[in-house]
Ligand binder design. Structure first.
Ligand code: ADP
Ligand code: MG
Length: 203
């Protein structure tokens, strides 16, 4: 297998593993401020990608990322499926277009696309409250361990926020005091990806 085939396959396995290990907790977080399905949704998406990992790892990296995004849209469902799907499809497209060979530029454009899709911005207690800080760290070319740490602390910071988007917004003030499930899944995935890259690739 080529290096990037091993990379794609390994990253898919690492993401699937972390979501499987935390699916119950993600659903528990979603039970507090949503409808309790976020762990099930994320697990379904990651299992579908994992089942097709050989096909993805045959593709050029940018195409694999885009196709994984499409699979996530079709399998995660809920509000988070189209958002995670948009993120990956946009990263893949931007990398493939070549004009943005730089990963941080592709990520920045993709995070903007997620924000447009969710009509959301920073501070509204969603997965964007992890994506934006991660994007900032990537732009500054911080070390992988720093990116992972920032993702974790950013998810924790959603505890104090009032939800303004998605189901949790129906709770208004009562959403304060709970961590946003999408922010948590986003931190878990970021952390799994950073740790995998740190172990298998120079930063
Ligand atoms: P659903 O809310 O449809 O049950 P999930 O439970 O899978 O979907 O996902 C909920 C997560 O999706 C939230 O915790 C939040 O992070 C994210 N989310 C929901 N709506 C939006 C939005 N409009 N913009 C950004 N993120 C959102
Ligand atoms: Mg839900």
């Amino acid at each position: 297998m080529r290096d990037d085939q091993v990379l794609v396959s390994g990253l898919i396995a690492a993401c699937r593993e972390i979501i499987a290990a935390h699916a119950d907790h993600l659903s528990e977080l979603d039970r507090a401020i949503g409808d309790g399905d976020h762990g099930t949704n994320m697990r379904r998406g990651c299992e579908a990608v994992y089942a097709d990992r050989d096909r993805f790892s045959q593709m050029p990296l940018a195409q694999a990322i885009e196709e994984i995004g499409l699979t996530l849209v079709l399998t995660i469902g809920g509000a988070s499926g189209p958002l995670y799907g948009t993120l990956l499809m946009e990263i893949g497209r931007r990398l493939a277009a070549g004009g943005e060979a730089d990963f941080s530029a592709a990520l920045t454009g993709a995070v903007e696309a997620v924000a447009r899709r969710g009509r959301a911005q920073r501070g509204e207690k969603t997965l964007l409250d992890v994506l934006y800080p991660v994007q900032d760290e990537v732009i500054r070319r911080h070390a992988l361990s720093a990116i992972a740490e920032r993702a974790e602390t950013s998810a924790t910071l959603t505890v104090g926020m009032k939800a303004l988007r998605g189901r949790a917004s129906f709770l208004g003030e009562r959403s304060i005091g709970h961590m946003d499930p999408g922010a948590r899944s986003c931190a878990l995935l970021t952390s799994a990806i950073c740790h995998y890259l740190k172990e298998h690739r120079a930063a």
